[in-house]
Design a protein around this ligand. Sequence first.
Ligand code: KG4
Ligand code: ZN
Length: 342
Amino acid sequence: MKVLGIETSCDETAVAVYDGDRGLVANRVFSQVALHAPHGGVVPELASRDHIARLLPLIEETLAEAGLPLQAIDGIAYTAGPGLIGALLVGACVARGLGYALRVPVIGVHHLEGHLLAPALEPDAPDFPYVALQVSGGHTMLIEVTGIGRYRVLGETLDDAAGEAFDKTAKFLGLGYPGGPALAAAAESGRPGVFDFPRPMLDRPGLDFSFSGLKTAVVVALRGRELGAQTRADVARGFEDAMVETLVGKALRALTMTGIPTLVIAGGVGANRRLREELDRRVAQAGARVHYPRPEFCTDNAAMIALAGHARLAAGEREDLPVRARARWPLEELRAPGTVPL
Ligand code: KG4
Ligand code: ZN
C-alpha cells in the first residue's frame, strides 16, 4: 500500500510517500523559517496562507521524486492535530479532496504519533516497548510507547516547552530565529559554569518539567549587565547546560521507573548536539540504549505522518468523510490501529 503523507500543522509544509513494501520512497519539506523570521516567531495567518500556496506544487514534486502518478496512491494520511488550526485545515482539506477524487481512504494522524513512530523510518528501528522523550517547540513529554497507538504520558511540561524556552531565551539574547540552533551555536564559544542556572524540578520526584523559571533566571542574571558577545555566549552555555541536564536526568529517571531499557528521542530539540552527547554517555552508563531518528525525521516532516497513517490504513482502519482538524488533541485518546470504531 502506497500512502501519501501531508503535514501542515505549523511552519513546515511537508509531503512524503511511504510504501508498505519499499518503505519511504519520497520525502519533501518546505520550511517557512524565512517567512516568519522577520516577526521573531510563527505568525499563524501567514503560515496558513503559505501552506495554501505551497502544498499542491509540493505534492506534484514529491510524486515526481517517487516516480509515481497520482493514481498509484492507495491512501492518504494528513496531520489532523494538534497544531495551528488554520494551518491544519489546509492539509486536511487537500487530503480529503484528493482522497475523494481518487476514491482512496484518508486518515487524520496525530502529529505526536508521527514523532513517536519516526524511529521506524530508520534501518535499525527500536523494538517496542520504548520510552520516548518528545522535545519540540510545542511539546516536552516523556511517553511510554508499548505499540502503535499504545501511549502512556509519564510526564510533561507544566508551562513552556523545551524548544519554546530555547526560542524565547535566544530572542531575549538577540540571537535571532529559530532560536534553538542559534542559541546552541552561541553556546559553542561560551564557558561552562560562568552562569549557573537552576535545573528546574530535577530535585523533585516525578517526571514533569517546568521551563519558565529557567527563562526568568536568565532575565534576572542579565539585569544591569552589558550584553557583549562573550556574556551572550556564556549565558547560552549556562542555559544549554541546565536544559540538557534536566532533560537527561528526567529521561534516565523514566527508564528506571518503567524498567524499559530503550530511549527514543523525538522532536526538533533532539537535534541539539550537547543533548545527544550527554544522553549517549549517561544512557550507556545506565546500561540502556538511545535511538535518534536522523535530524530530518526529528523535526517536522511528512514521512512520519505517512508511516503512521500507513500503519493504521493497512490495519483496515477507516474514517468517515468529515474534515478533521483539532488544535488540541490529547495523545492518550489514541487507540491501537484497527480498533477504532468509525
Ligand atoms: O519538532 P520541531 O521541528 O517543531 C515542532 O515544534 O513541532 O521543533 C522545533 C523546535 C524549535 O523550538 C527549535 O528552536 C528547536 O526545536 N531546535 C533546537 C535545535 N534545533 C531545533 N533546540 C536546541 N538545539 C538545536 N540544535
Ligand atoms: Zn513536531
